[in-house]
Ligand binder design. Structure first.
Ligand SMILES: Cc1ncc(C[n+]2csc(CCOP(=O)(O)OP(=O)(O)O)c2C)c(N)n1
Length: 204
């Protein structure tokens, strides 16, 4: 069966999921100290709320950096699997990173896009995905051939399991609702950095 057989081809066919629910499902499947980079916006709040792990990094300041940071970690530690969780508004600011990941053929990297069609944390202004931009199609065009929309929660888990088992790079598009996260990431960048370095085993 082809990779895409169980997954919808377009954004419009994908079920609208809940970010905290799917983030929790992802974290529950991690058993080998995989690194997870939560992008700015509500993505990292829900990563924080799903259970803090030393291998999690929470990007607080700039949009579009989850994928570049995750790529750096994946390059530095090729035996570790790395996940980048990024909002649609943020990935739209850093589309070049998709082509960079594709050109590297980064086997240990998976990207999850949380697409709510909005810059939710700054007030819910519409992003261009609400007007038809399809980040999975964009990713395929950038060379990330293993890119798919998660049809529903079961398909999301299936795609995560694939990303944990088989060579990437992967990109999983998730349409999500606009529920607010239950928790807020502590704004303590030095502590976030130090804990992440310990979690990766590179603390000075
Ligand atoms: C370079 C840059 N531009 C603008 C901002 C202000 N800003 C912070 S988060 C955010 C919205 C993020 O949207 P998205 O990635 O879709 O995540 P969501 O808020 O929907 O979870 C904006 C505009 C910023 N921090 N950095």
């Amino acid at each position: 069966m082809s990779f895409a057989a169980n997954h919808p081809t377009g954004r419009e066919q994908a079920k609208v999921l809940n970010r905290f629910d799917i983030t929790t499902r992802l974290v529950a499947r991690l058993t080998h100290e995989e690194a997870v980079i939560g992008g700015i916006g509500y993505t990292n709040f829900d990563l924080w709320g799903a259970g803090q792990r030393p291998q999690n990094f929470y990007m607080l300041g700039s949009m579009g950096l989850a994928v570049p940071i995750a790529l750096g970690v994946a390059l530095a530690q090729p035996r570790r699997r790395v996940f980048a969780l990024e909002g649609d508004g943020s990935i739209l600011m850093q589309l070049g990173s998709l082509a960079t990941v594709a050109s590297r053929g980064q086997k240990n990297l998976a990207i999850v896009i949380m697409d709510n069609g909005a810059y939710q944390i700054t007030g819910g202004q519409a992003t261009l995905t609400a007007q038809g931009a399809d980040v999975v199609a964009i990713a395929r065009g950038a060379g990330l051939l293993q890119s798919a929309w998660a049809a529903d929660e079961g398909a999301f888990e299936e795609l995560i399991d694939l990303a944990l088992r088989e060579d990437g790079p992967w990109l999983i598009g998730c349409r999500i609702d606009t529920s607010k996260p239950a928790q807020t990431t502590d704004r303590d960048p030095a502590r976030i950095r130090d804990r992440f370095m310990s979690g990766l085993g590179v603390k000075r």
